[in-house]
Design a protein around this ligand. Structure first.
Ligand code: SAM
Ligand code: SF4
Length: 323
């Protein structure tokens, strides 16, 4: 359906947990994280029901995220339930990849179409520093499994000044060696990301061009998301840029988000939303639920307003709202 700005909303990101096996510097604090009680989370049937109502409004693609989606038990069962939901033609997952090691074939068999795997550096020591506890070899093994299974694979990297900026060309070079896209996501000033310094994507692009030569724009790579893609000569995959901060793309935004506790969020940076869990658990029928979603989508904020003083600014950390 179209929102009041005329944007076609066709994609929902479903965050299924606020838990994570890592503690990335820009996303979670090292200690003292209080997780939501399990009964406050939507169960998988409730998620499927909400997604099914959304398909009546034109949503046809779902991405599971978190926290770490694989940290919630039965995540691959949910993949299968969503894939079988009428009107859904694509189920994807955003993951740090670690708990998926050895299970990618199972995920593909459950119906997973595509994987976005977060990877900020190939350097084991810097990886450990940025995630506070992870082993980069687990992520690399999962990437190889995903490629072998024939899944569409995109790697997402967040560049942080003074941390991983020296290894960005090495990361991009994965797209030369393998059929994967490597995308640079600008650090957003949300939650723990506020205290860190971003490396703007224009600067990363210049560095990659210096290393790999001209990078022609690849129009046909544009998917449902905001990434802009380029392919240096000799690369199997593309290099992509998601520049939410330096080049706002709100006018093309096509997504809404469902948080683990069932809030329909209309924009990452705004609190505005509707409590779908209360409706579902309060006995609302599908027609009324669909109507509530329709009304909410109509009121989707026009812009994220990262740089503005906005009244309903999101203050939760990324693992709670679903990145
Ligand atoms: N745990 C999964 C993962 O890491 O892929 C899924 C959830 S994570 C919140 C989703 C994405 O959000 C990751 O690619 C992560 O790098 C990104 N992210 C987290 N905090 C961010 C921030 N402050 N700015 C930009 N991206 C951020
Ligand atoms: Fe966990 Fe993903 Fe946040 Fe890292 S970015 S702490 S992997 S939820």
């Amino acid at each position: 359906m179209r929102d009041s700005e005329g944007r076609n909303i066709e994609y929902v990101r479903v965050s299924i947990t606020d838990k994570c096996n890592l503690r990335c510097l820009y996303c979670m604090p090292e200690a003292g994280v209080e997780y939501m009680p399990h009964d406050e989370l939507l169960n998988y049937r409730e998620i499927q029901r909400i997604v099914s109502c959304m398909t009546r409004l034109g949503v046809h693609a779902v991405r599971l995220t978190g926290g770490e989606p694989m940290a919630r038990r039965g995540c691959l069962n949910l993949v299968s339930m969503l894939k079988q939901t009428e009107g859904i033609d694509r189920v994807a997952m955003t993951t740090n990849g670690i708990l998926l090691r050895g299970r990618v074939a199972e995920a593909a068999a459950a119906g997973l179409d595509a994987l976005n795997i977060s990877l900020d550096t190939l350097d084991p020591a810097i990886f450990r520093q940025m995630t506070r506890c992870g082993d980069v070899n687990d992520v690399l093994a999962t990437i190889c499994e995903a490629v072998d299974c024939g899944l569409r694979v995109k790697l997402n990297a967040v560049a942080v000044r003074g941390l991983n900026e020296g290894g960005l060309c090495d990361l991009a070079a994965l797209a030369r060696e393998m059929p994967v896209d490597v995308r640079f996501i600008e650090l957003m000033p949300v939650g723990c990301g506020k205290g860190l310094s971003p490396v703007p994507n224009d600067e990363i692009r210049q560095r990659l061009e210096a290393a790999f030569g001209p990078m022609p724009y690849i129009d046909e790579r544009r998917g449902l998301g905001p990434a802009v893609y380029y392919r240096p000569e000799g690369f199997m995959g593309c290099v992509g840029f998601i520049s939410a901060v330096s080049h706002e793309f709100c006018e093309h935004c096509n997504r809404v988000r469902l948080t683990p506790e069932g809030q329909l969020k209309l924009c990452l940076n705004h609190l505005t939303g509707v409590d779908l869990r209360a409706l579902v658990r309060g006995g609302c029928d599908d027609a009324a639920l669909t109507d509530a979603i329709r009304q909410a989508i109509r009121n989707k904020p026009r812009r994220h307003g990262f740089a503005d003083a906005i009244d309903d600014r999101e203050s939760r950390r990324m693992h709670r709202i679903g990145g």
